[in-house]
Design a protein around this ligand. Sequence first.
Ligand code: DC
Length: 239
Amino acid sequence: MQKITIAIDGYSSCGKSTLAKALAQRLNYSYIDTGAMYRAVTRYAIQHQLMDPLTHLINYESLLQALEHIEVNFQFNTHSHVSETYLNGVNVERDIRTMQISENVSKISSIKEVREKMVALQRKMGRSKGVVMDGRDIGTHVFPHAELKLFMTADTTVRAMRRLNELSSKGQYYTIEEVKHNLLSRDYEDSHRKENPLIQAKDAIVLDNTDLSREEQLEFVLRLIADMQLTKDPLSTVK
Ligand code: DC
């Protein structure tokens, strides 16, 4: 079967990465979590005092100079069977999932030069197809010719509960209001920024997973792919 590019965009905590990982595993594709890349840059900025995590103030000049020293990549962990994020050779998979990073990442990801660098890396990582990439601008900007584009959404309270459970499973405790506030403010900032904002691609298929199990979502997408392969060879016509 011909390998394709699968772009998954959508709001925060909609289960994009859960679905993307399951798809990549099932199809034997690689999985790229582009949000992790922006989170890693945010971690670098905070760690090197280029950003104040409380006021969100950024030293733009120093950050832009530092960009060439920021290397983000992924390595597959053969024990946990997940690909993990590395920042300048250090595994930061756990450190980038904290509330502090979530509260600062939208500001960092709105910077043009940061996006240019990350998008170039993402295109390089996905150039051979056979990739599932999730984020905010994958179907609209990173891979506008992706053969399959999904736009994920879900009820806000359901999303906040999912994120709350994820955080508490890692020993990070917040109220549902705090988590909801973070999700909504990130959604707002991500949708209203100047550079490649989060918008639904015209040719994206909307997947509202409020009432869907993980298995149902996976089945839904696998069926879409099977249907695509059956129709008049659409994959070979899309560049
Ligand atoms: O998917 P996530 O919640 O880990 O993403 C963290 C932030 O990174 C998100 O709030 C917006 C930003 N992001 C982005 O601007 N573009 C992407 N392609 C992916 C994430």
